[in-house]
Design a protein around this ligand. Structure first.
Ligand SMILES: *Cc1c(COP(=O)(O)O)cnc(C)c1O
Ligand code: SF4
Length: 340
């Protein structure tokens, strides 16, 4: 028991020790603020973004995967609050994917047939600057607010739903006890066959993938799918591979979704290397998302024609099963829109 408790403590402690200060992160990476060409977003402006603010949050382990001295590092770019975020751009809005309209109950979204998405918590282990949920009112919108009662009641009256997606935020930010309570309740829903986790944690905070967590998942009657979120091959190190292997042994089907991001993974070499690295870690590419037009993220945008050309080139150099589907989310559509 002591070992398991220590493991639980370990990821919580890692989170407490995460970088929350831009200067401290840059100092650690031996980069000066002047080297950041777009400039930095002031802490005051980070605190005012969205209903809860969206300050820098980077676990030290994730920072350790960045190249010291490189202001253009693709991992750093995903998490560094840039002054470009303060530039309004037409068409970039606070609810780009129609989440407000898709709300079925507190923290439960249903947009598509037979599957519903549960916002298990608003918390994440990292703050990704391109994220479309940055403006979401999590404190009111997370299913945790009423201990999942509203979401579970809505599921009980919708027997055609056979798959629940735990999302967020990041569902693995919940403590094991809360997560187990939630899974217990979901297992009582007779129509439910599959449980899907949408999580960025295996590559961000792999210490969260504990033996206790895997044991609870393995005990479930539900078939398990983990859709992880990795944008760049440098995010997959030995620790991430170990965490992914533990999930695969549960067993869980492992898929990856990435976002196509300017300056991060917008070239064929990086995307091909990402697919290869995912395969080596036991994960198949699922979706490559075009950026949701969320306000503050326009500097990450890769226009669709350029994205299509990238995908064609990728198809020429990888087996079909390593080519993700390029998709876009259109508010009101019956599924993600396949672009290519
Ligand atoms: C993206 C999304 C899903 C999952 O879609 P799949 O195509 O099944 O991966 C489900 N529900 C909501 C609300 C979503 O946004
Ligand atoms: S971990 Fe996921 S939900 Fe959280 S900020 Fe990053 S992309 Fe958004």
């Amino acid at each position: 028991m002591a070992g398991l408790e220590a493991a639980a403590e370990h990821w919580r402690r890692e989170l407490r020790d995460a970088f929350t200060d831009t200067r401290a992160l840059l100092d650690y990476l031996a980069i000066t603020p002047e080297q950041i060409s777009a400039g930095l977003l002031a802490p005051r402006d980070q605190a005012q973004q969205g209903p809860q603010g969206f300050p820098l949050l980077v676990p030290r382990r994730f920072a350790s995967l960045m190249q010291r001295g490189d202001p253009h590092d693709p991992l750093l770019r995903q998490v560094l609050p840039s002054a470009a975020e303060a530039q309004p751009k037409e068409g970039f809005v606070t609810d780009p994917v129609g989440d407000v309209a898709a709300r079925r109950a507190t923290g439960l979204l249903q947009k598509y047939a037979r599957r519903a998405l549960l916002i298990a918590t608003g918390a994440c282990a990292v703050h990704c600057r391109y994220c479309f949920r940055r403006h979401f009112a999590y404190r009111d919108g997370s299913a945790q607010r009423d201990r999942f009662a509203g979401a579970l009641a809505a599921l009980a009256t919708t027997p055609e739903i056979n798959e629940v997606i735990l999302s967020g935020g990041d569902p693995l930010m919940l403590d094991d006890r809360v997560l187990a309570e939630l899974i217990n309740a979901l297992e009582q829903q007779p129509g439910l066959k599959r449980l899907r986790l949408h999580t960025r944690i295996p590559s961000i905070l792999p210490s969260r993938i504990t033996r206790a967590l895997c044991d609870r998942l393995a005990a479930s009657r539900l078939d398990l799918i983990a859709v992880v979120h990795i944008n760049h091959p440098a995010e997959i190190d030995m620790d991430a591979r170990r965490a992914l292997a533990a999930l695969r042994e549960v067993p869980a089907m492992l898929l990856n979704q990435s976002v196509l991001l300017r300056g991060v993974n917008d070239d064929g070499d990086t995307l091909a290397a990402l697919s290869e690295a995912l395969f080596d870690a036991g994960v198949l590419p699922y979706y490559l998302h075009l950026l949701d037009p969320v306000s503050g993220a326009a500097h990450f945008d890769v226009p669709a024609p350029e994205a299509r050309a990238l995908m064609s080139a990728l198809r020429g150099r990888l087996p079909g099963y390593l080519v993700p589907r390029l998709v876009r989310e259109d508010p009101g559509a019956a599924a993600k829109t396949v672009v290519l």
